[in-house]
Design a protein around this ligand. Structure first.
Ligand code: ATP
Ligand code: MG
Length: 600
């Protein structure tokens, strides 16, 4: 079913930063864009933490709240730019005192506590490389990443150390220092009390010369399609963090910004720390996990203006229903955005109905370090589309074979397809937050580039106005009886049925058709998984999609396999169906004990 375009008010209360994106695109140059940032005093280079914190702390924004932290138990802590500067200096001095050298890896394993944010910024100042881990990881994924990433220092809590690191510590000879925060009393054996070190450290620290190409961040991908890869990012990425925040999230100086992603994932780092701070705005950090009432009350009480979240959260809110929102005043909201997975058109429109604002889908990856394609504040939204390429970003849709391999012409060049045709979503390298490698896997890195393009691994098409539409990951696309079918289209159609909360769609081998489309759906609360419903859904999908594309089989499962960051793992659905090994499950959301850090 085609979804109506959502137009924007002709004269919005706040004028969007990017109004004529085509005109800006024509004159935008990344090297000139860097001039918007300060650089280190004395021309000593470009350091992410200086741009995020110190330059504001040295000026009129010194006493503005940078982080408004909301604890799980109702605590509320405000850190101004001056506080953040002083405390991150202390952490940089702690690292210096331990003999940590620039370039060495500082891993972080903690919930969203203030010390996490301070450590990230302090480590960047010391020119160590920040490698965040999601706190709900179990011991094995933690050990694998620490070892692959050459972890020298680990910042964590006593509880997480005892539960998750102590048992694997002897596998990690390179891990010299484990610093724990929140130790009331003696820290666990083999660890050092970070809070004591911080208390004894100086608040003055001068950032050393930082080459913009120095490694700053090491981010592991979400593991949706296989074993997570360690993507390397450099300090120069901050230029993209700044500009994409301005263009795609429409950040304005007085905004109260809330990015719900955990800094264990790239969204929580690029837009949950660096980008908003480079804009000198106030950001909200919530320590707790998703809870619809809690979230709505945060929007109300903190007067959140710009909200950046993920489809999985939007779908959870939809599952709970619009009524839950009505008890709260969410009128402070001005701009809503989403990333991480396909955002079903239904969800875009739901935002419009419930908050009076649509969700703006945008697209990027761990590898791209920042938003590449976005629905913009000033432009109409075509629900189901990811929006248009940002200024400074050149998107190509390249002809490719079924598995995603680019098809070369007689001269060995890739070919861009015509509007409306599907192909590999690709980008011209050259933007500042582009990854500089997969750590210790150069071959894999090299394989991402063909004929001057970076191949994202996602399939998409572009319409005549430049809006990009997601089809699926090359690995997930289904070939059935000669058709190529993107799971997203099928999942979105199923979600239009009132009974369906979420759906995961994959290829099931079939002797006649090659593959048939199979769906696993979770139902809204109170809906029973009956045979009648199954038949109804099959018919519903067939009417919407046609027999060639509609699922041939539907199963019910209230717990679709997802990554800990909330993405549906279609490869796991497929493996379960076929009784095959499920592959790397290090990022599978398991619920239960791991998800809860417990009292600190
Ligand atoms: P892995 O690479 O380990 O399989 P991953 O690709 O899920 O994991 P991320 O870098 O966190 O790791 O996610 C980027 C991917 O998420 C994109 O390549 C795309 O497949 C999907 N994605 C992100 N945003 C969107 C969006 N707006 N619409 C559709 N898909 C999206
Ligand atoms: Mg990926």
């Amino acid at each position: 079913m085609p979804w109506a375009t959502i137009d924007k008010p002709a004269s919005p209360a706040v004028r969007p930063n990017l109004v004529d994106d085509e005109a800006v695109r024509r004159r935008f140059r990344w090297d000139e864009a860097a001039a918007e940032l300060d650089g280190l005093p004395g021309g000593r280079g470009l350091n992410m933490a200086h741009e995020a914190v110190d330059r504001h702390a040295a000026g009129p924004l010194r006493d503005r709240v940078a982080i408004r932290w909301l604890g799980k138990r109702g605590e509320r802590v405000e850190l101004t730019y001056a506080h953040l500067a002083a405390r991150s200096n202390r952490f940089a001095n702690v690292l210096a005192g331990l003999g940590v050298e620039p370039g060495q890896r500082v891993f972080l394993l903690a919930g969203r506590v203030p010390e996490l944010y301070i450590s990230v910024l302090g480590a960047l100042k010391h020119r160590a490389v920040v490698a965040p881990l999601f706190s709900a990881f179990g011991p094995e994924p933690i050990a694998t990443r620490l070892s692959l990433g050459d972890g020298r220092v680990l910042v964590t809590t006593p509880l997480l150390y005892r539960r998750k690191v102590a048992a694997v510590r002897d596998q990690l000879p390179g891990l010299r220092h484990v610093l724990v925060t929140g130790a009331r009393g003696a820290p666990p054996e083999g660890t050092v009390d970070l809070d004591a070190l911080m208390a004894g450290a100086s608040e003055d620290y001068e950032i050393g010369p930082t080459d913009p190409e120095d490694m700053a961040l090491l981010h592991f991908t979400s593991g949706t399609t296989g074993t997570p890869k360690g993507a390397v990012h450099v300090h120069r990425a901050v230029v993209a963090h700044y500009w994409t925040g301005r263009f795609a999230l429409d950040l304005h100086p007085d905004d109260v910004f809330w990015c719900t992603a955990d800094p264990g994932w790239v969204t929580g780092m690029s837009y949950g720390i660096v980008s908003p701070l480079t804009h000198g705005i106030t950001m909200v950090v919530d320590e707790a996990e998703f809870d619809a009432d809690r979230w709505y009350s945060i929007i109300q009480d903190e007067r959140v203006t710009v909200w950046y979240t993920a489809p999985t959260a939007v779908r959870m809110m939809m599952r709970i229903g619009a009524e839950a929102v009505h008890d709260y005043d969410t009128s402070s909201l001005r701009f809503l955005a989403s990333v991480g997975e396909p955002l079903n058109p239904e969800a875009v429109v739901w935002g419009q109905e419930v908050f009076g604002l649509p969700f703006h889908d945008n697209w990027w990856q761990t590898e791209t370090g920042g938003i590449m394609i976005a629905n913009l504040a000033a432009l109409p939204i075509r629900p189901g589309s990811m929006g248009r390429a940002l200024p400074g970003i050149e998107v190509g849709i390249l002809r490719c074979a079924e598995g995603g391999e680019p098809v070369l012409d007689a001269d060995g060049h890739v070919q861009e397809v015509a509007p409306g045709e599907e192909g590999m979503l690709s980008l011209r390298p050259g933007w500042p937050s582009m990854f500089r490698g997969y750590l210790h896997d150069d071959q894999r890195y090299q394989r991402c580039f063909v004929d001057g393009w970076y191949l994202s691994g996602d399939l998409a098409w572009r319409d005549a106005e430049g809006y990009v539409w997601f089809v699926g990951r090359a690995d997930d696309v289904i070939k059935s009886a000669g058709h190529l079918i993107g799971p997203f289209e099928v999942e979105s159609a199923l979600m239009e049925h009132d009974a369906v909360a979420e759906a995961g769609v994959f290829a099931k081998p079939d002797p006649v058709a090659g593959n048939v489309v199979k769906a696993v759906v979770s139902l809204r609360p109170g809906v029973e998984p009956t045979e009648e419903l199954r038949a109804e859904l099959l018919g519903f999908a067939r009417t919407r999609l046609g027999a060639a594309v509609a699922p041939r089989e539907i199963d019910f499962d209230q717990q679709l396999p997802k990554t800990k960051s909330g993405k549906i793992m279609r490869r796991v659905l497929r493996a379960r169906e076929l009784g095959l090994p499920e592959g790397d499950l290090s990022t599978l959301e398991t619920g239960g004990a791991d998800a809860e850090e417990g009292p600190r």
